[in-house]
Design a binder for this molecule. Structure first.
Ligand code: GLA
Length: 694
């Protein structure tokens, strides 16, 4: 079967000639249809209750060596006592290859580096799903790609069930009872409240993926503890089921309060910076609710994680999960992740940098290739974002402020978008039917996309230049670069900095493409290339003029990260946040976008929702809210020895593939198991201790 798929991929790549579809016209139009690129496998659609349930089973099992070396010696209570009253049970019928066996390792490779473990205070662990494997959230959305539309709602997770009050303003959630952190400390409402009160609500802290009150309905939303295992939300609007999506990965994954609280500034003498940095990457055995615990760290080399002996999920036969005893994170580059996964020295990659597609397809199409490679829908996309704050976000100097004023001008944004030759830009990454013209806004091919509501300003460099002439931006000194009007920034050359992430070749290549195309428009764009974490800090604090940005899930699903579709709160949006006085200086069309997004969250009516998103798309693209660059499909590369990889798992939809494939259920059949474990038959030791114990 894969042979056939590769033949298809290779045919698309090497056999087809590429037609240039783009027509020159200065009139806005609808975007051309993306070239055909069928996803290579489709999900088997099921209901949420087909995937999992919470229930006590007659007996429980664990790897034999855990019983022998840890339980029988008294180092660990028996597995039944380590599990919650009613563990989360994955149903066998929904496991593509059924009940698994223990052993083996998933060897990841990543381009990021860990800042430390305190993700609820904003620290990154280097991405690539290392955090996804360690943290668990109230709800879960990654696997929703396989849930049928009529039953679509977030999966229960740490919140095992919930109910709405009759008037729909209150949501009562029941937490899993008796589950424990990986060091044996109970998980309960205290962990949840500590996350909410002392992180989301504390303006001095921003959790890793930027959760703020706006994600949950704004400052008026309340969350209270009813008892150890019950929490209650109160919302302004009735039945905002939308927020259940925000309680998943990214926005509501509590941290271990028993370890964190004593270091938090409210309960200690620490500053916020000290708190954030209190658990550096060298701190081993960081307590998690996820399936694997970090037990070894070698800078620029590897992070090793071992199975969490208190993990609270099991299969239908009562086998405690995960099946995989160990997980590796090689600290390398993102491009190396592709190379290693294809070669078989790594196990997993989200093939997402089109520069590698030709080589990966060529090598992967061999029958004897160690990994399978499967393309999904076009859910990777890049946009050029302009900083739209005119009132001081990021503390702009005179030049930067003058650029902000340009950014806030529609004709300026139109000129920039019309100066982007998207056909050429896409082909500079990879030839073939992969990339599509992306005007910005919701992606073509996704649920809420409507072509007729999408305004596309085709490439037209003359018209673009005429627009800038019309704005009085002339090249007064004849050096090929337009100048600010007299009286603005000293009438000097217009120089715009473009922030981009050097961890990815694609980000860098797109940024360079933009720089070149802007030359034709008489704008001098200067690259500000930064490594991932530094880039994140700069954009999160508003210190950029423009940035090249890989879009996040809201552009794919709308229901995930919905609040981020517009500046619905002071600190929620990617390129327009509150200025120094705490207010947002929204442009009229931005206010319209905010109103549309808020209306979307308030209604459950599917037709109304569809209509609202058509308007969103219209207002977004007509006003060139951001300048779309390109959109293309990604492929999941995974070593052939792994079982239980769900069909049609996209590399990105509600979440990344590291969540979508439900790693805790993934296993390697006994006859395919390899000797990759670095710490066989060991378990995490004490938090802050030396590493694993045997
Ligand atoms: C990075 C990678 C993605 C994915 C995510 C997971 O962003 O580029 O492919 O692995 O991390 O967080």
């Amino acid at each position: 079967m894969y042979g056939k798929l590769f033949a298809l991929g290779a045919g698309l790549l090497f056999g087809t000639s590429v037609l240039c579809l783009e027509v020159r016209a200065s009139e806005p139009t609808t975007p051309p249809d993306p070239p055909e690129f069928p996803a290579q496998s489709e999900p088997v659609f099921v209901g949420v209750s087909d995937i999992l349930e919470y229930r006590a089973l007659p007996e429980y099992h664990e790897p034999e060596w855990v019983t022998e070396k840890f339980v029988k010696t008294g180092k660990l209570p028996p597995v039944k006592e380590r599990l919650p009253k009613e563990p989360l049970v994955y149903k066998a019928a929904n496991m593509p290859d059924g009940i698994g066996v223990y052993g083996d390792v998933m060897r990841h490779v990543i381009g990021g580096r860990p800042e430390g473990w305190n993700y609820i205070a904003g620290q990154s662990q280097g991405w690539g799903g290392i955090d996804i494997g360690m943290m668990e959230c109230l709800t879960r959305t990654g696997p929703l790609f396989m849930v049928k539309a009529e039953e679509l709602q977030p999966l229960p997770n740490l919140a095992k069930s919930w109910e709405w009050s009759d008037d729909g303003h209150q949501l009562t959630m029941h937490l899993i009872e008796g589950a424990k952190w990986s060091d044996g400390d109970p998980f309960d409402a205290e962990d949840v409240m500590f996350y909410w009160e002392d992180h989301v609500l504390d303006p001095n802290l921003t959790p890793l993926n930027g959760a703020s009150p706006a994600n949950f309905g704004g400052e008026s939303t309340k969350l209270e503890k009813i008892d150890n295992y019950t929490i209650r939300w109160t919302f302004d609007t009735p039945f905002p089921t939308e927020y259940l999506y925000q309680m998943a990965y990214g926005n509501f994954c509590p941290g271990p309060s028993h370890i964190l609280k004593p270091k938090h500034p409210k309960y200690s003498d620490n500053t916020y910076e000290e708190y954030k940095n209190a658990f550096p990457p060298e701190f081993m055995n960081w307590p998690v609710m996820g399936a694997w615990v970090p037990v070894e760290y070698r800078p620029d080399d590897i992070i090793v994680l071992r199975r969490n002996p208190y993990y609270w999920k099991v299969d239908e036969e009562g086998n405690q999960l995960p099946y995989l005893d160990e997980v590796h994170y090689r600290l390398s580059t993102w491009a190396d992740r592709d190379v290693q996964a294809v070669a078989g020295s790594g196990d997993f990659s989200n093939l997402e940098q089109p520069e590698s597609y030709v080589e990966a397809l060529r090598r992967g199409s061999d029958e004897s290739a160690p990994a399978r490679l499967q393309f999904g829908p076009r859910t990777i996309g890049y946009t050029l974002q302009m900083n739209l704050s005119g009132n001081g976000w990021g503390d702009p100097d005179e030049r930067a402020q003058a650029v902000r004023e340009l950014n806030r001008n529609l004709d300026f944004r139109k000129a920039v978008t019309m100066a982007i030759d998207r056909q050429r830009l896409g082909e500079s990454l990879v030839r073939g039917p992969f990339t599509a013209i992306y005007p910005g806004g919701l992606y073509a091919g996704t649920t809420y996309y409507d072509k007729e509501s999408t305004v596309y300003y085709p490439y037209d460099i003359e018209a673009a230049n005429a627009l800038l002439d019309g704005l009085g931006l002339k090249d007064t000194d004849g050096n090929g670069v337009r100048n600010f009007p007299e009286g603005t920034a000293g009438g000097r050359d217009i120089e715009i900095t473009l922030l981009a992430n050097t961890d990815y070749n694609t980000d860098r290549n797109l940024a360079e493409g933009v720089v070149n195309m802007m030359q034709e428009l008489g704008l001098r764009v200067i690259l500000n290339l930064q490594q991932g974490t530094a880039r994140d800090d700069l954009y999160q604090s508003g210190r950029f003029d423009w940035q090249v940005f890989r879009q996040t899930a809201e552009m794919v699903t709308v229901v995930q990260n919905t609040a981020m579709l517009a500046p619905t709160g002071p600190q929620v949006h990617q390129f327009h946040r509150a200025g120094s006085d705490g207010t947002l200086d929204l442009l009229p069309f931005e206010q319209e976008l905010v109103d549309i997004v808020n209306a979307f969250v308030r209604t459950q009516d599917l037709n109304e929702r569809a209509e609202l998103m058509k308007r969103y798309q219209k207002v977004y693209t007509e006003n060139v809210y951001s300048v779309g660059l390109t959109q293309y499909p990604g492929a999941l590369i995974i070593n052939k020895r792994f079982a239980n990889i769900p069909a049609g798992a996209p590399i990105y939809m509600y979440n990344w593939a590291e969540d979508n494939i439900i790693r805790e259920r993934v296993y390697v059949p006994k006859d395919k198991q390899q000797d990759y474990e670095l710490h066989p038959q060991s378990l995490p030791g004490e938090p802050g201790g030396d590493g694993p114990i045997t």
